[in-house]
Write a protein that binds this ligand. Structure first.
Ligand code: ADP
Ligand code: ASP
Ligand code: MG
Length: 485
């Protein structure tokens, strides 16, 4: 079989700790996709799989639309969305199960949709979609898909057991972007999953969701099922974590932007984490954290092309060139200019104010005259500017993007920055940003030029070799308006 991961599968069968298999929205989008999932799980059954699933493709967006419609007073259109969703889930169910299993699913869907309707009524009466009600609403997508998948696995002869992720993944109360409380989560995961694995059952759980200690549903942020898989993997000390998606692995760029992107066979945890952080949707930005901590290899694989070897993400990986190009959109640059001078107390105050507004900072650069910050949301900036009034002038510009080259030690190779400049120098590069890590160089450009910048960089670094550099990197960097350290 064309699957170099076979060796590590062999190893995992000798140490039956389990393999976490996470299937994203497109890998469960319809009955055919779920049947492919069943085959993959069956193939892995000697390795004790734990299955983590996303909602069916687009369902989370539709639930979100229903919530917004209800909040805006259009309860009828919100309910129409629910009807469409219900029909879709019933159709998929009919393609997967028969007889009593099929009827059982219908009963469960009836309960779920009744609960959804009640949620919409509450949202409509409150005239607002609060973060807390959003989490309860969106989490139902994963609940529905996990029920479908468990039923499909059972119909395929696999003894699958449904596990409610909200009973295992304990989080803080930061709704819409919750963080797990690790100790409690690990204890619960082990208590629930290990006995199932030992008895040869396949646990099936929804990704993306968790709950607070008081059992209030939370979510881990959009795209969070990847993170769930890694949390589960670390919790049960899995042998490996598999992220099954709709592309052949991590590619040298988003294949939607660069159709000639190539598969990256191997990456380090750090490289993949940087890539995810800087906008590559293929992995949720927090995915690598638990895996890295527990040193569990992560594989990104294509559920439509399972023969392809995918991308293996491990602790260390040889090679120091550019591995991939990505772009993080929706970035704003904030300029903080002190009214008098830059006293250390002002710096402290700036950080405190951002923290009080729960506003994370992406990058910063300080000079004697001012402080420049990059942030991914401008929503709290007016309030922040107001709080700092009298101490500093705060100005911002949004609709920027960070276009980023990722690869071990790219910063140690100045010729790479120069090559990048040659490729995109005529696009107004506002800044070169070199974060604390040596693994990335990013360029702040207008969001409207991000796509073109990624394509040009990709062409330059992956599709043909560049002639020797005429200009060194320090010169090139001086052309940018500012250099970040
Ligand atoms: P899933 O539903 O399986 O979680 P996502 O849509 O969240 O899938 O992530 C997969 C998508 O990520 C791909 O279809 C691709 O368009 C996008 N993507 C962005 N950057 C990359 C990259 N560097 N490599 C692979 N895919 C990428
Ligand atoms: N269904 C959730 C989302 O669309 C989580 C995920 O797919 O990872 O954001
Ligand atoms: Mg995803």
């Amino acid at each position: 079989m064309n699957d170099p991961s076979e060796a590590s599968r062999e190893a995992s069968s000798q140490h039956p700790k389990g393999v976490v298999m996470k299937f994203g929205g497109t890998s469960v989008e319809d009955a055919a996709a779920i049947r492919r999932l069943c085959k993959l799980v069956e193939r892995s059954s000697p390795h004790r799989p734990v299955v983590v699933v996303s909602a069916l493709a687009k369902v989370t967006d539709q639930l979100m639309n229903a919530g917004w419609a209800a909040a805006a007073g259009s309860l009828d259109s919100a309910r129409e969305i629910l009807q469409v969703l219900r029909r879709r889930h019933e159709t998929v169910a009919s393609g997967l199960a028969k007889g009593e299993e099929r009827r059982r699913l219908s009963r469960e869907f009836a309960t779920e949709f009744k609960a959804l309707d009640k949620m919409l009524l509450t949202i409509a009466s409150e005239k607002a979609l609060t973060p807390r009600s959003q989490d309860s609403l969106l989490g139902v997508g994963e609940s529905l898909s996990s029920k479908l998948v468990q039923c499909a696995l059972r119909s395929a002869g696999i003894t699958a057991t449904l596990v409610d992720a909200r009973e295992c993944i304990v989080t803080d109360a930061a709704h819409t972007r919750a963080t797990p409380l690790w100790e409690e989560t690990n204890e619960r995961l082990q208590a629930v999953l290990l006995p199932l694995l030992e008895s040869g059952r396949v646990p099936v759980m929804g990704g993306f969701v968790g709950a607070t200690r008081d059992a209030i549903p939370t979510t881990l942020g959009r795209g969070g099922s990847d993170f769930s898989a890694s949390i589960v993997g670390a919790g049960v000390h899995a042998q490996r974590i598999e992220i099954w998606t709709d592309v052949d692995g991590i590619m040298t760029a988003d294949p939607n932007l660069c159709p000639d992107a190539r598969r990256v066979p191997r990456m380090s945890f750090d490289e993949a984490a940087d890539l995810a952080y800087f906008g590559a949707k293929v992995l949720h930005p927090a995915t690598l954290v638990p895996a890295m901590r527990s040193n569990i290899p992560v594989w990104v694989l294509n559920s439509r092309n399972p023969g392809c070897a995918g991308t293996e993400i491990v602790a260390h990986c040889e090679g120091d060139g550019v591995k991939a190009v990505t772009a993080k959109r929706g970035v704003a640059i904030v300029d903080v200019e002190p009214v008098r001078w830059f006293a250390p107390e002002l710096l402290r105050e700036v950080f405190d104010v951002f923290e009080r507004h729960q506003h994370s900072l992406d990058l910063l650069s300080a000079s004697r005259g001012s402080l420049a910050l990059l942030v991914s949301s401008v929503s709290a900036l007016p309030a922040i500017a107001d709080e700092l009034k009298g101490m500093a002038h705060v100005r911002w510009e949004n609709h920027k993007a960070l276009v980023c080259l990722v690869g071990e030690q790219v910063r140690r190779r100045p010729e790479l920055a120069s090559q990048a400049f040659r490729a995109i120098g005529d696009i107004d590069v506002r800044m070169i940003c070199q974060g604390a890590s040596e693994r990335n160089i990013s360029f702040l450009v207008d969001e409207s030029r991000a796509e073109e910048a990624v394509q040009r960089l990709h062409r330059s670094f992956f599709l043909h070799s560049e002639p020797a550099m005429e200009q060194d990197a320090s010169q090139a960097m001086c052309q940018a308006e500012g250099a970040w350290q």
